[in-house]
Design a protein around this ligand. Structure first.
Ligand code: UDP
Length: 370
């Protein structure tokens, strides 16, 4: 019998716990794999971490890091050091990272230092905004990866433009990488949890709002301008929105606006704590329209057939915009016109843009072939 392939999976932030759930299901259905889970500790509280482990039945990480949180660079350094030590202990065949957070970059750096082939899930995405930490993380991670797993054709094209294209080498290496197009693991999850929900309920509830990108929320005036525009439009169209408030956004509101929850309720915006994953998916499904600056929530809107206002001037998920299912809103002054238009268009039938719900299994197959 062949010995199992050993993969070390690095996770650390909310979107990664969700992406990891699809991979965990695929690993349970596949044979010949031994997984070591490393939690970097980037997100470590109940709202952004613990609840997802319970809800998504993720395994208890074998290795739990506790990086310092005094500054981004100290945290990054601690995560790099901790993951490198984990690799030295386990000597996996692969190290796998998801997305574009500091945990992603820390894993990529540690794998490179220890000469372990790196798999990047969500390779090739670009916002073309070098000022976004996520953009720097994903470009650097792609450059260090041996196996680049792209969820869209646009992602494959971005890599090609940067001189990273598929080679037929037997052993993938950062200088001779494999670039593969699979579906998207978040779409796997949305179909897994959401496919059976009744059609009659969809689009019948409150709108859903999420905002946490530093460019939108760190400046209190900017955040107020967005919330003011959203509240005024909700008043005008007679709708209400649910707003699960990210801790980063709550910190800014706490510091600058006493009783902000009550003030927002006056503007038809109903604040909640960060939701669990299934509750969030249901809220996306029930919403006649989603307003968000989250990458994951944009995709979930697509997977569940809900139109989406992207509260940014750029997106990594360009195909949704090209097809008219999402629209970019680059500043609050544009909101009411675009929101009217998208609300009027109603729900749509989703398709296989992000695959057929089996992306995670395809990723394991690619790793087996490499
Ligand atoms: N999410 C959640 N509860 C919430 C808000 C978001 O479970 O209250 C989930 C949602 O599924 C989303 C994921 O968290 O896809 C991504 O997180 P986030 O928006 O923090 O990161 P991004 O996708 O923008 O990197």
């Amino acid at each position: 019998m062949n010995s199992p392939q050993r993969v070390m999976i690095v996770i650390g932030a909310r979107p990664q716990f969700i992406k990891a759930a699809a991979l965990h299901r695929a690993l349970k259905n596949a044979s010949g794999w031994e997984a070591t889970w490393v939690h970097t500790g980037q997100h470590h509280d109940e709202a952004l971490s613990t609840q997802f482990f319970h809800e998504l039945e993720l395994p208890e990480p074998q290795i739990q890091l506790s990086p310092r949180s005094d500054s981004r660079e100290l945290r990054l350094g601690d995560m790099m050091h901790g993951i490198r030590e984990a690799i030295q202990e386990v000597r996996p065949d692969w190290l796998l990272v998801f997305g574009d957070t500091d945990s992603t970059l820390a894993g990529a750096w540690a794998a490179t230092a220890e000469e372990i082939p790196l798999v990047h899930v969500e390779a090739g995405l670009r916002s073309h905004r070098w000022s976004m930490p996520e953009e720097v993380n994903r470009v650097l991670t792609d450059r260090l990866s041996s196996l680049l797993v792209c969820p869209t054709d646009a992602a494959v094209a971005h890599l090609e433009r940067e001189g990273i294209s598929h080679t037929a080498s037997t052993a993938p290496h950062p200088t001779q990488p494999w670039v593969l197009r699979t579906g998207d693991v978040m779409h796997d999850n949305a179909l897994h949890y959401g496919a059976a929900w009744p059609e009659s309920k969809r689009g019948q509830g409150r709108l859903l709002l999420t905002m946490h990108r530093p460019s939108n929320v760190d400046d209190p005036a900017c955040l107020q301008a967005w919330l003011g525009a959203i509240g005024a439009w909700l008043e005008q169209v007679g709708h209400e929105a649910t707003f699960p408030v990210h801790p980063r956004t709550a910190r800014v509101l706490d510091a600058h606006q006493p009783a902000w929850r009550e003030a927002l309720r006056e503007q038809h915006i109903f604040c909640t704590s960060p939701m669990g994953y299934v509750a969030l998916l249901e809220a996306v499904c029930d919403a006649p329209l989603v307003l968000t600056d989250s990458g994951g929530v944009q995709k979930e809107a697509y997977s569940l057939g809900t139109r989406c206002l992207v509260l940014r001037d750029t997106t990594e998920w360009v195909e949704q915009v090209e097809r008219g299912h999402s629209v970019l809103v680059s500043e609050p002054g544009e909101l009411s016109r675009l929101a009217d238009k998208m609300l009027g268009m109603g729900r749509f039938d989703t398709d296989d843009l992000y695959g057929n719900g089996h992306a995670a299994g395809d990723i394991l197959r690619c790793m087996n072939e490499a």
